[in-house]
Design a protein around this ligand. Structure first.
Ligand code: HAS
Length: 542
C-alpha cells in the first residue's frame, strides 16, 4: 500500500486494538463481579462498566477495524491507491469519530452515561454523551462517502467492467451502514438530545427503542459483512484455492442489504406497543435474511471441497486434510466459521417468537452475541490482522508470531466455550441478562445459577489472557523483520464476465431497500406516534 494510505489504515487498526484492550479489561472485571468473586472498587458501578465494555468492544473496536480494513481493500483493488479526496474523507471521518468517541468515553468514565451500549430511552445520559454519539455517526458517514467516492471514480474510468469483488462488497457494507444509521441519528438528534438537554420533558420510549433497533440489527450485519469479505475473498487465496462463485457472493451481499434492515422488531418481540401482525411480518423477513448466510455456508464448503479435490483429496471429508491448519491467517477465521454454525442456529432460536419468550433478556442472548460477534467476527478480524499489518508496514509474519497466533486462537475458543457455553445454559435456566452479582435473597433458582456464573468468570479470565496475547502479537507484528507481504486476494473459479450486471444496479437495490423499510415500519411507527401514545419522563442515570 501507498504509505499515505497505510497511515490511514493503521490509525484505524491501532485505535481498534486500543479500544479492544480497554474493553477487555472491563469485560474481564465484569465477569468476576457477576460470579460474585470480586467487588468493584472506588464506587465504579456494574452498569457503568458494562456500558464501557459494550461501547468499546461492540462499537469502537468493530467500527474502526472495519473502516481500516475496507480502506485497505479499496486502495488495493480499485486504482492501487486511495484518491486524495477519499483519503481526506477517511481522515475527516477518523477525526470526527475519535473526537466524538472520546467525549462518549469520558462521560461513561465520569458515570454520567451508564445507559448501556443500546442507550435507548427511558434511561437518560448527560447531553454530552449524545452529542459525542452524533459526531461518531457523522464521522462514520464521511468514511462511508470516501468508499463511495473511490468506487464511483473506478467505475467512471472502467466503463462496462465488473467492479472488483472486494470493492463491491465494501460498497454494500457502507450502504447498509449509511441507511441503518439514519434511524439512530434521528433517535439521538430528534429525541434524546432535546430530552437530555431539557428542551422536552418526556420521551416516546417505544419510538426510541424502535429507531434504535431499526439501526441495531443491521449493526450486527455491519460487523458480519467484512467478516464475510474475508471468508469469500481472502480465505480462498490463503488456502491456495479459488472463490467458488463471484455471482453467488455478490447476490448474498445484495440479499443481506435488502433484508437486514426491516427486521428490528425481532429484538422487540416481547414488547407491548407493536401489533403481533407487524412482529410476524418482521420475523418472516428475519428468516429471509438467514438465506444469504446459508448461501455463504454453501459457498465456503464448495470452495474448500473444490480446493481439496484439485489437490487430490478423496472421500467426503478429505478436503479437510489439505487445509493449511498451521497458518494462523486461515486458522483463526476458520475457527470463526466453525463457531458461526451454532451461533447462527442460536439466532434462529431467538427469532422464533415462542422460543424468544423463553430466552429474551436472559444470559442466553449474551451467549449468542459472544459467539457471533465476539467469536466469529473477532477471530476473523484477528486473522486479518496477521497479514494486514505486515502488508502495510512492509514486514513479514514470523513463524513465532504465527505460532503465538494459533495459541491465541485456541485460548480464545476455550475461554469462549466456558463463557458462552455457560451463558447459553444458564440463560435457559432463567438467569437474567444484565444484573450485578445477586442471589435474589438466596432464592433456590438463583443459587442454582451460581456455578455457571463462576464458569463464566473462568471463561472471562481465559479470554482476557488471550486478549493480552493478541495485543502482544500486534506489537510483535509492528516490530517484525522487514520484507514483502502480499495482500491476499482470491480469484474466481468461474469467469467473472458470467456475473450478471444487474447486481450492480444500485438504483434498483436502494429503491427496494427503501420500499421494504417503508412496508415494515410505516404503520407501526404511525401507531407509535398516534393520539393514544404518551411520553415518559425517563430515568436519569447520574
Ligand atoms: Fe443475533 C440478538 C437473531 C446473527 C449479534 N444478535 C443479538 C444481539 C447481538 C446479535 C449483539 O431474532 C443482542 C442485541 C442486544 O443487545 O439486545 N441473529 C439472529 C439471527 C441471525 C443472527 C436470525 N446476531 C447475528 C450475527 C451477529 C448477531 C451475525 C453479530 C455479528 N439475534 C437474533 C435475535 C435477537 C438477536 C432474534 C434478539 C434476541 C432477544 O430476545 O433479545 C442470523 O443472521 C444467523 C444466520 C447464520 C447462519 C449460520 C451460517 C453458517 C456459516 C458458517 C459455515 C461454516 C463453515 C465451516 C463453512 C444460518 C456461514 C465448516 C467447517 C466444518 C469443519 C464443518
Amino acid at each position: 500500500l501507498d504509505p499515505k494510505d497505510g497511515a490511514l489504515v493503521m490509525a484505524h487498526i491501532l485505535f481498534a486494538f486500543f479500544a479492544l484492550l480497554l474493553g477487555g479489561i472491563a469485560g474481564m472485571l465484569q465477569s468476576v463481579v457477576r460470579g460474585g468473586m470480586y467487588t468493584l472498587p472506588g464506587g465504579i458501578g456494574y452498569y457503568q462498566l458494562l456500558t464501557a465494555h459494550g461501547i468499546l468492544m461492540a462499537i469502537v473496536f468493530t467500527t474502526y477495524f472495519i473502516i481500516g480494513f475496507l480502506y485497505s481493500g479499496i486502495a488495493r483493488t480499485m486504482g492501487g491507491a486511495l484518491l486524495p479526496m477519499t483519503r481526506r474523507l477517511g481522515w475527516a471521518g477518523f477525526a470526527l469519530m475519535t473526537g466524538g468517541g472520546l467525549v462518549v468515553l469520558a462521560m461513561i468514565l465520569l458515570d454520567k452515561a451508564s445507559v448501556l451500549y443500546t442507550f435507548y430511552a427511558p434511561m437518560k445520559a448527560a447531553p454530552q454523551f449524545y452529542f459525542g454519539l452524533a459526531f461518531v455517526v457523522i464521522g462514520s458517514w464521511l468514511s462511508g462517502f470516501g468508499i463511495f467516492y473511490q468506487y464511483r471514480d473506478w467505475r467512471k474510468t472502467h466503463r462496462g467492467k465488473l467492479s472488483p469483488l472486494f470493492g463491491f462488497m465494501a460498497v454494500v457494507t457502507m450502504l447498509l451502514w449509511q441507511i441503518a444509521t439514519i434511524g439512530v441519528a434521528i433517535e439521538v438528534i430528534v429525541q434524546l438530545i432535546p430530552w437530555s438537554v431539557g428542551w422536552t420533558e418526556t420521551v416516546n420510549v417505544m419510538l426510541s427503542r424502535t429507531l434504535f433497533w431499526y439501526f441495531g440489527h443491521p449493526l450486527v450485519y455491519f460487523w458480519l459483512l467484512p467478516t464475510y469479505i474475508c471468508w469469500y475473498v481472502i480465505i480462498p487465496e490463503i488456502i491456495g484455492g479459488k472463490i467458488y462463485s463471484d455471482a453467488l457472493a455478490r447476490l448474498s451481499f445484495i440479499l443481506l442489504l435488502l433484508f437486514s434492515i426491516p427486521v428490528g422488531f425481532h429484538h422487540q418481540l416481547m414488547e407491548p406497543g407493536v401489533s403481533p401482525l407487524w412482529k410476524y411480518i418482521q420475523v418472516v423477513l428475519t428468516f429471509m435474511v438467514v438465506i444469504p448466510s446459508l448461501m455463504t455456508a454453501f459457498s465456503l464448503f464448495a470452495t474448500f471441497e473444490q480446493n481439496g479435490r484439485l489437490k487430490g483429496a478423496k472421500g467426503l471429508f478429505g478436503w479437510l486434510k489439505v487445509l493449511p491448519w498451521k497458518d494462523v491467517r486461515f486458522f483463526a477465521p476458520f475457527m470463526g466459521m466453525l463457531a458461526f454454525i451454532p451461533a447462527g442456529a442460536g439466532g434462529i432460536v431467538n427469532a422464533s417468537n415462542q422460543m424468544n419468550a423463553v430466552v429474551h433478556n436472559t444470559l442466553w442472548v449474551t451467549g449468542h452475541f459472544h459467539l457471533t460477534v465476539a467469536t466469529s467476527v473477532a477471530l476473523t478480524f484477528f486473522g486479518i490482522t496477521y497479514w494486514l499489518i505486515p502488508v502495510i508496514t512492509g514486514r513479514v509474519l514470523t513463524k513465532r508470531v504465527n505460532k503465538l497466533g494459533i495459541i491465541q486462537t485456541v485460548l480464545w475458543l476455550v475461554g469462549m466455550l466456558f463463557m458462552s457455553g455457560s451463558m447459553h445454559t444458564v440463560g435457559l435456566l432463567g438467569s437474567p441478562r444484565r444484573t450485578a452479582y445477586t442471589t435474589y435473597q438466596d432464592h433456590t433458582d438463583a443459587i442454582l445459577w451460581m456455578p455457571y456464573h463462576v464458569a463464566m468468570a473462568i471463561g472471562g479470565i481465559i479470554l482476557f489472557v488471550a486478549l493480552v496475547l493478541m495485543i502482544i502479537n500486534v506489537v510483535a507484528l509492528l516490530r517484525a523483520p522487514k520484507g514483502e507481504t502480499l495482500y491476499p486476494l482470491g480469484k474466481s473459479s468461474a469467469p467473472e464476465e458470467a456475473t450478471p450486471r444487474f447486481l450492480e444496479r444500485w438504483g434498483v437495490w436502494i429503491s427496494l431497500v427503501v420500499l421494504l423499510i417503508l412496508f415494515a415500519y410505516t404503520i407501526p411507527v404511525m401507531d407509535m406516534l398516534g393520539p393514544d401514545t404518551y411520553g415518559a419522563p425517563g430515568y436519569k442515570t447520574w
